[in-house]
Design a protein around this ligand. Sequence first.
Ligand code: 4AZ
Length: 243
Amino acid sequence: VVGGSPTSTDRAPWVVALASRKRFGSGRSGQFCGAVAVAPRTVITAAHCFGREALGVGDWRQLPDLRVIAGRTDLSGSAGQELKLSQVWANPSFDPDTNAGDIAVITLASALPKEATIAMADASDTDDYRAGTQAHVYGWGDTTGRGTYSDTLRTATVTVFSDTACAQAYPGSFDGTYVRASMMCAGAKGGGKDACQGDSGGPLVVADRVIGLVSWGSGCAEAAYPGVYTRVSAVASLVAAHS
Ligand code: 4AZ
């Protein structure tokens, strides 16, 4: 998160880290994405966290090597719990060229407390998506856009963009925009606050609902380029079908 401030998993217990025990040597957390607990055994994240192909054979994303880390503000510490995954459904319709459908559903092998979960926005929560709404993005990702990851959880307040402004920020693909109906944008006027690499899959939150998952963007915190998020209300039925 660029332009944010430190927070804690006490305040945001539903923010979890996705880590691989094989990603780094001992002494590093192996965190590679954010994620969010939406039910005691259900965590949602970005499909692209699992690569172009879900759970690619032979790499560090093998199911037995993955962990969901909950309740650990500082990933260099050992607070909270490391949960095993019993299943990953990475959307088979995810398109790595456009990032359309960037949603994956993780089933945990053991349950988190209900208090450590957050509700997903659904189609009736239109106010949450109104342009100008203040939302909060969370993650352990890059804080500068130059590869400086954070051991401690950070958050920034960003503003929800209109679909028109979002599409205008990313023009030019074959059908006029890179932005699909299953996406939304949020950012700061003049830039300076945004999700960045390593935050992918983590939540964008309004009040007590998760409305977006960090998905993509051009650079980080640039004035012309808001962050693009998976629109949770658009994928809620997929999540329900796979949890
Ligand atoms: C990434 O590479 C990434 N500024 C995530 C979020 C944004 C850009 C890139 C949004 O995972």
